[in-house]
Design a binder for this molecule. Structure first.
Ligand SMILES: Nc1ncnc2c1ncn2[C@@H]1O[C@H](COP(=O)(O)OP(=O)(O)OP(=O)(O)O)[C@@H](O)[C@H]1O
Ligand SMILES: [Mg+2]
Length: 496
């Protein structure tokens, strides 16, 4: 068979197939006292569909022992480099055949359904990402967090939950991490224990290995959403109102400089993606990211990605290098996936010097905090500018801050659409256009709240809206949004 080791005498001997078929191997663990029929693996009936997470939870230590022994025998038998040349389906078929034979030779007694599970598991280990496969196949999972071989958490519908998924040991987990990162030409081991990578489907991956991670390798995956969320869906989910959506569309279209602020996993990148939806098709857009996540639909996009240093500590390309280089690429809009360091200065400069309509995201918990985070990033860059100058620069560059939040019930909301208006003395003044107000919590712990307008009829970007002929849409959206008075009541409530 194609995937097996060749007859080259120097190659390790294929131990298993040389044994007579059916010969018992007493040292191997037995699954049950009564012998079960040994089905040919080629045509087993399809087992009933079980939730893979639940399924993994049920497996006993014995199952893992059997799996390890079958797996080791398989690795001795097949030639992995030959196998890698096969199409995925053919390779799977090949493995199924050989594993079927090994199970017979080892006299392992298991039901057809168990055998099918074992086959699936082993195929995943050899060809894919092992125990991660069932999790990767599920579209409803947002994050996968593996904390060492024994513990895996996932995030579903905004809630983090523990799964029964586990790896045989840390070595297997490390192997899978290595397989993932080597696909993008990187490596992770004790000497370079931190690594960012991407799965072929676009999911973002971070690995941190021992000795930095004390309890075994920690693997974090932000799953790529095939159907990327659009503003329309954010409205359906209740993250924003239809009127706030219209305001965001105008903001994107009229080339305001936008900062999207939010905590970890609050939906910043998703929102940034949505905001790029209002960019015209004829604009030249350059995106800079640590790990390419954005999915722009426009035809004229150049995507750039940072690079970590190599083993000798050389060759690093930082976000700052990318943003600086962007300026020589005749960009019309610059989009920075995440601003987290001195590149803040270069982005603000770009925004200030004719690349309006640029966008970026930043980790922070409120629009006000976003301003001070920007300020400290610029200071960290080693610029000895007076605070006031930095603030003036921020005011001159950023037009709008959009705040994304993940609330304690797991729902994600856009909690602020805020304008940067100017300076009062040394303080940057902000003006909320839309805010999300929490009013309570229902019996199921779900947060109840409302998006409200603050009653600003003429935002600072009104002139831009005029220039782009968007004033009608803007004034309608602002007028339709419910208005809060100074006491936080709607005008209707205040008059009653
Ligand atoms: N409004 C929303 N409603 C429901 N799910 C959302 C919403 N926004 C984002 N998500 C989902 O939440 C997850 C995290 O989103 P996203 O990657 O945009 O967060 P982030 O703030 O960029 O995270 P990080 O800080 O890790 O970069 C994704 O799976 C995304 O599909
Ligand atoms: Mg992000």
């Amino acid at each position: 068979m194609f995937g097996r080791r060749s007859n080259d005498p120097s190659a390790p001997r294929p131990a298993i197939p040389q044994q007579p078929v059916g010969a018992p191997v007493p040292a191997e663990p037995q699954r049950a006292a009564t012998p079960a029929p040994r089905a040919a693996p080629a045509a087993p009936p399809a087992p009933a569909r079980v939730d893979p997470i639940e399924q993994t939870r049920r497996h006993s230590e014995e199952y893992y022992d059997v799996k390890t022994s079958v797996f080791n025998a398989l690795i001795d038998t097949i030639d992995l480099t030959q196998l890698a040349k096969l199409e995925a389906a053919a390779a799977r078929e090949e493995i199924r055949d050989i594993v079927g034979e090994i199970i017979q030779l080892k006299n392992v007694v298991m039901s057809i359904a168990e055998q099918e599970e074992l086959l699936e598991d082993i195929c995943n280990d050899v060809l894919g990402y092992g125990p991660l496969e069932p999790l990767l196949a599920r579209d409803d999972i947002a994050d996968i967090m593996v904390n060492g071989a024994g513990t895996t958490f996932i995030e579903v519908n905004g809630k983090v939950q523990k799964t029964g998924v586990r790896f045989a040991d840390n070595a297997q987990l490390m192997n899978i991490c290595q397989r993932i990162v080597s696909q993008v030409g990187r490596r992770v081991d004790e000497s370079s224990p931190i690594c960012d990578a991407r799965l072929p489907d676009g999911s973002r991956v971070n690995v941190i290995a021992p000795p930095l991670a004390i309890d075994g390798p920690a693997l974090t995956i932000r799953k790529f959403k095939k159907d990327r969320l659009k503003l329309e869906q954010l409205v359906q989910f209740g993250s924003i109102t239809p009127d706030a959506k219209a305001i965001l569309e105008v903001i994107g279209r009229v080339r305001c400089n936008i900062l999207i602020s939010g905590g970890t996993g609050s939906g910043k990148t998703t929102l940034l993606n949505c905001m790029t939806g209002s960019i015209d098709a004829d604009e030249r857009i350059i995106t800079c990211e640590d790990s390419a996540e954005l999915q722009l639909q426009q035809p004229h996009v150049v995507r750039l990605e940072t690079r970590p240093p190599n083993l000798e500590g050389e060759g690093e390309i930082t976000m700052r290098d990318l943003v600086k280089n962007c300026l020589r690429m005749r960009p019309e809009r610059i989009i920075v996936g995440e601003v987290r360091g001195p590149e803040a200065f270069d982005l603000l400069q770009a925004m200030n010097t004719g690349h309006d309509g640029s966008m970026g995201t930043l980790h922070s918990n409120s629009p006000r905090e976003a301003i001070s985070r920007l300020e400290s990033m610029i200071m960290m860059g080693g610029y000895s500018l007076p605070t006031r100058t930095i603030r003036e620069m921020i005011v001159g560059s950023i037009d709008i801050i959009i705040q994304a939040s993940r609330l304690r019930d797991g729902s994600r909301k856009i909690t602020h659409i805020t304008e940067v208006v100017g300076m009062e003395g040394d303080v940057v003044t902000l003006q909320n256009l839309i805010v999300f107000e929490i009013t309570g919590e229902d019996a199921n712990g779900k947060i109840i709240g409302r998006h409200r307008s603050t009653g600003i009829a003429r935002p600072r970007f009104w002139e831009r809206a005029e220039y782009y002929n968007e004033t009608e849409k803007l004034s309608q959206a602002l007028a339709n949004s419910e208005v809060l008075d100074a006491m936080g009541r709607t005008m209707g409530e205040a008059n009653a």
